[in-house]
Design a protein around this ligand. Structure first.
Ligand code: WTA
Length: 658
């Protein structure tokens, strides 16, 4: 495991940004001393703290036990029954929020559609009834392969309503990747669109899905949302138009009463092997923590218009688009298209037009906007904004300051939120009315969480010392397993710091971090083979396995190189199979990139492909990734290379000149 190295200039003495008096005055948590009180009460009794949050939900049957923890198996709110969709929709219908906008959707081509809570409820009920009509029962898996349209949220909520487990697959994934995720989860129904509009292009989602399900024996039906009018073929008996199925369905569908630990969704994410992990989240604990964090981190109010730019295909789009804000009764702005479409001013235009108050995006997007130039945001007032957020990767202080001044106009606090697909909700973040922030740190763990930076032997790191980020106590929205593979779950997350007589057994995040003297946590980045490229989480092993699937490739190693905009880009080192044919390497580079595009998705294609006669390996045959990382970052090779199997390999690296 590589030792974490900080890409960030950590200056422990820097003066931080205090919340303004105006912000603090109106905030849910409005002072540092109030936060200290909440934190210490929560630390004294973690279970009681989370129970108080769970008690804001509507329960169909009260729980008997807050936490049953048999390491590493957690059950929260044991014995209780509720329905997540009821807690996102029905709870608002008896209040004035009934006619409040739940979703304001703007398409890439500028059309606006608004759904009130009542309207969203009706659509969700109709979709739930349509799914029931197709034979979907609790615990059945429904795959969702869609773009950013309200129907994606309706589909997720409909599954939650009837206890079906959704498996949302990001619309940028290829048919191969979709097939793998459908087959692993054994989904019986797929919901997709004729096409998705993105960057002035129509992505033919149904066509890609058809290709995928040629070899998906579990799929019985496909529901197709008509979005673009792209000519689409429907397989008789299997495929149904969404609008036809919903037209025939009732607008009433009682929420199914489900046990707290009933599975809510599977979401595939990358790990350090070639096979993606189906992270499983369950109901009560998930919605408890997602709702609580939406409230306190985004300081969510009824007057807010909240705009999160994450795609529903990723965890942020689940927790902080489809669930958390609805559980809080918020108004969400949902935008279909590309951020640069038609100009780099699109988000700023949307913010002014819809009077957005809270804006949540990724550092890679911020860096792209910085590069596009200050004139784009400066053309807009942005005076409705009151709070900004970031997620997905460490934010470099330069981008933080740009965001703070050009977008927040030095008025809006920034919440840099650290969390993962596996944690389900935000874990480390400022509380905007209470925390002094510093560019580049997500600051401190939220109340009710026990997080630390430790050495390999489990002892806590000193101030400034790089170590591993661990979570020491179970939390409500934690992943319960990797779907169908509990032992992989245990091995991946619970084996680095196993339960022993000296250690209660901790969750290992895969991230390296440092603490400063104020207790702020500075995330350094992954210490495993997971890489963040433009905010997309990718496993290098997945890309390697796609590459070696190509007929010309014998072996491949993929490493990351830091990039000013994307955070990281991927560089693949490839050795070719023996062949008598002379290969055109330039052509092959393109072919290999396209091949990764087909196997996983275009967003996963390496930036550079380099060919080598052999890859540098240790005596035990492990590829020396550290060495490759150093080569791509242009550093001189340092450290011990005496275990290199083939030194000549270094001379034989050819560069991709694209
Ligand atoms: C990284 C995204 C620094 C981290 C919600 C983590 C961050 C991985 C931050 C999870 C942040 C996420 N600062 N790094 N604020 N947020 N990360 O599963 O390496 O797509 O382990 O979840 O992103 O990525 P995932």
């Amino acid at each position: 495991m590589p030792k974490p190295q900080s890409p960030l200039p950590i200056n422990f003495d820097r003066v931080g940004y205090k919340p303004s008096k105006e912000f603090a005055k109106q905030a849910h948590i409005g002072s540092a001393s109030e936060l200290v009180k909440i934190n210490s009460a929560a630390a004294k009794n973690i279970e009681k703290f989370w129970a108080a949050q769970a008690d804001t939900l509507v329960w169909q049957k009260p729980y008997r036990e807050i936490l049953r923890w048999k390491h590493p198996r957690a059950e929260w709110f044991v014995g209780g029954k509720l329905n997540v969709s009821e807690n996102c929709l029905d709870v608002h219908l008896q209040t004035w929020r009934k006619n409040k906008a739940a979703i304001i959707w703007e398409s890439e081509d500028g059309n606006v559609r608004t759904l009130t809570y009542q309207q969203l409820h009706s659509e969700v009920c109709k979709a739930a009834n349509a799914l029931k009509g197709l034979g979907v029962k609790p615990n059945d898996v429904v795959a969702i392969y869609m773009g950013m349209v309200p129907e994606a949220i309706i589909a997720m909520q409909a599954c939650a309503r009837i206890g079906a487990i959704h498996n949302v697959v990001f619309g940028g994934f290829s048919s191969e990747a979709l097939r793998e995720r459908i087959n692993d989860s054994k989904a019986t129904v797929l919901i997709t669109q004729d096409g998705a509009l993105r960057r002035n292009e129509i992505l033919p989602l149904k066509k890609t899905a058809d290709e995928a399900i040629k070899k998906c024996p579990s799929i019985q039906h496909v529901l197709v949302v008509q979005r673009t009018g792209l000519p689409t073929s429907l397989a008789r008996g299997r495929d149904i138009w969404w609008h036809e199925a919903l037209a025939a369905a009732s607008t009433e569908c009682a929420p199914t009463s489900l046990p707290s630990e009933h599975p809510l969704f599977i979401l595939y994410t990358s790990g350090s092997t070639g096979k993606p992990k189906g992270i499983l989240h369950t109901s009560a604990g998930y919605i408890t923590q997602v709702k609580y964090t939406t409230n306190v981190v985004f300081d969510m109010k009824d007057t807010d218009v909240y705009f999160c730019t994450a795609d529903v295909g990723w965890i942020t789009g689940h927790s902080y688009v489809a669930y958390g804000p609805l559980a809080c009764g918020a108004t969400i702005l949902l935008y279909e298209g590309g951020p640069m479409c038609p100009t780099p001013g699109r988000f700023w235009e949307l913010i002014d037009k819809h009077r957005v108050t809270i804006f949540y995006t990724a550092p890679t997007a911020i860096r792209a906007f910085m590069k596009a130039g200050d004139s784009w945001p400066l053309r807009h007032k942005l005076d409705s904004l009151r709070l900004l957020g970031t997620v997905g990767e460490p934010i470099n202080p330069e981008a933080w300051r740009w965001y703070h001044s050009l977008i927040g106009r030095e008025r809006c606090p920034i919440v840099d939120t650290w969390w993962q697909t596996e944690t389900g909700s935000i874990m480390i973040s400022p509380i905007p009315g209470a925390t002094t922030t510093f560019p580049g740190t997500a600051t401190k763990p939220l109340p009710g969480l026990m997080i630390d930076v430790v050495r390999k032997d489990g002892s806590s790191c000193k101030v400034g010392e790089g170590g591993l980020l661990v979570i020491k106590h179970p939390w409500p929205s934690m992943a319960r397993t990797i779907f169908g593979d509990f032992s992989r779950y245990v091995k991946t997350y619970w084996s680095e710091f196993p339960k022993t007589k000296d250690c209660s057994g901790w969750y290992f995040t895969g991230d390296g971090a440092k603490k400063d003297k104020l207790g702020n946590i500075w995330i350094i980045g992954r210490v495993d083979d997971v890489v963040n490229v433009s905010g997309h989480r990718l496993g290098t092993a997945e890309i390697e396995s796609a590459l070696v699937g190509h007929k010309t490739v014998a072996e491949a190693a993929v490493v990351a190189r830091r990039d000013d905009i994307k955070g990281n880009v991927l560089v693949a080192f490839v050795t070719l199979r023996n062949t008598s044919k002379k290969l055109d390497l330039k052509k092959l580079q393109k072919e290999l990139k396209d091949h990764v595009g087909e196997e996983i998705g275009r967003f996963a294609a390496p930036n550079e492909i380099r060919f080598a006669e052999a890859l540098p390996k240790t005596r035990s045959g492990k590829i020396m990734r550290r060495l490759l990382r150093e080569i791509v970052s242009g550093n001189t090779i340092t450290g011990d290379t005496s275990t290199l199997e083939d030194f000549s390999v270094l001379e034989h690296l050819r560069f991709d000149e694209e």
